[in-house]
Design a protein around this ligand. Structure first.
Ligand code: GLN
Length: 454
């Protein structure tokens, strides 16, 4: 724990941590020493982790990387972080991220972007994005500032950053991890998960995060299986589906080669490879960018200058002026864009044309997956359509940025467990990720297939 505390303090140039909490990590290490003596070690005893700044942890500022939450210190503990502490883990600090988890590059943070620890091998010194929105988590694990970190995934925010920095990250089935005490983005999609150096560490950490919580109405009241204890990388008797609609136009050759390599690895591990069809795949991204902003516009109404963080109260101003001034000053441009899209698609005149239609598409996407499970146990796809891009490359073009989520969004829309695992390097020596998507509640199948690839 001391070594990790020192590394975090020395690695400021990555901008991965927004707050450092060395005492928390060191106290957990001391408690682990005592637990060892008492013969009472727990799954995460003494492990110092990073916490995405979307989770509320008691007495430590939580910002969601937005100015509007500046000055907000939660008096309560999120269920997921509380479970991690109960399992013996300690916290090194709060991790930078895209503002309110809206973004794919970490550039929407109000506190400056995170820098990936990776560089292209051609000597070009372009600073690269660690991906987003859990970019601080990805960079911190990749740079070995912590052995594991929490992430949240609404449309790919655990998987895409994990792929960009060569680590593993799993988003479990919607409802496995409680959303209580996690700053809400799009409540019907948001799900917490673990990011770590390998599949086994992800499984151990996820096992300490998941479980029923009566304080979250969508929490699943089911036992948490012993995922780590049951890990098995053999694919004998398993069928792996290759969704043909994921062969998108202009897929870069190195992504195609990565996919072929993944297929070969799983076949070598004993799997039967089958082609499957998910016909509504191409509608997933546009539908996501209606549903997610719609829910966000409703969730973010609570930041009004009264209840949390920032308050901008101009001299002599009334209540409406305070709302307007606070929100104008507090929210970043991408957050404002999402709120405007969300209120537009929910407005009386356009609700049926956009929100209702997107909700129907969402049901069709879920049905596609259900039909695919008749033919296979898991699906294999690339995690993202490219390796990490340069900081600034897409930040002025929201559509180009949104397109980076094309492979991760469909499984989010269907609430399915999905994981990214390192699959190799591109021609520039940058990591590429493979994604395994599983049946509802089959995190074990997802983890096992990723172990076979790893
Ligand atoms: N990049 C996607 C978005 O901006 C997903 C973000 C996430 O999963 N939190 O909405």
């Amino acid at each position: 724990a001391e070594a990790f505390v020192a590394k975090v303090a020395a690695a400021k140039s990555l901008n991965a941590f927004l707050v450092e909490t060395p005492d928390h990590a060191l106290a957990a290490a001391d408690a682990a020493d005592a637990a060892r003596v008492a013969g009472d070690l727990k799954p995460m005893s003494g492990v110092p982790i990073g916490m995405k700044d979307l989770f509320c942890t008691e007495g430590v500022p939580a910002t969601a990387a937005s100015h509007i939450l500046e000055g907000f210190t939660p008096q309560y503990e999120s269920t997921v972080s509380g479970k991690l502490w109960a399992a013996g883990a300690g916290m090194l600090g709060k991790l930078n991220m895209d503002q309110f988890a809206m973004g794919s590059s970490n550039e929407t943070s109000a506190f400056g972007n995170v820098i990936s620890p990776w560089r292209r091998s051609d000597g070009g010194n372009t600073a690269l994005t660690p991906g987003g929105s859990s970019g601080g988590s990805a960079a911190a694990v990749s740079a070995r500032l912590c052995p594991g970190a929490t992430g949240t995934d609404t449309g790919g925010s655990i998987r895409q950053p994990a792929a960009f920095v060569g680590i593993s990250g799993i988003k479990p089935t919607y409802g496995r991890c409680s959303r209580w005490g996690v700053v809400a983005f799009a409540s019907s999609l948001d799900q917490a998960g673990s990011m770590a150096r390998d599949v086994t560490d992800c499984a151990i950490m996820l096992g300490s995060m998941a479980g029923f919580d009566p304080k979250d109405a969508t929490s699943l009241d089911l036992p948490v299986p012993d995922w780590a204890g049951s890990l098995n990388g053999s694919m004998a008797g398993k069928r792996v589906g290759i969704p043909k609609e994921y062969r998108v136009d202009n897929m870069p050759p190195e992504i195609d080669a990565l996919w072929e390599q993944g297929i070969a690895w799983l076949r070598d591990a004993g799997a039967e490879i089958v082609e499957v069809s998910l016909p509504h795949t191409k509608y997933a991204l546009p539908a996501y960018y209606i549903v997610a902003p719609a829910e966000a516009s409703s969730n973010l109404a609570r930041y009004d200058g009264v209840r949390y963080g920032l308050r901008d109260l101009p001299e002599g101003a009334g209540l409406q002026d305070m709302y307007a001034a606070t929100r104008a000053a507090g929210f970043g441009p991408e957050v404002k864009r999402r709120i405007m899209i969300g209120t537009y698609v929910l407005s009386a005149g356009f609700y049926d044309a956009y929100f209702t239609q997107a909700s129907k598409v969402r049901a069709l996407i879920a049905r596609d997956f259900e039909q695919a499970w008749a033919h296979c146990d898991v699906l294999l796809t690339p995690t993202a359509p490219s390796a990490a891009f340069g900081l600034g490359d897409k930040s002025s073009d929201p559509l180009a940025m949104y397109l980076n989520d094309v492979f991760t969004v469909p499984s989010s829309m269907a609430g399915l467990p999905a994981m990214s695992v390192p699959g190799g390097l591109d021609g520039q020596g940058l990591p590429l990720g493979l994604q395994i998507i599983g049946k509802p509640l089959d995190e074990q199948g997802v983890l096992d297939a990723c172990l076979a690839i790893e």
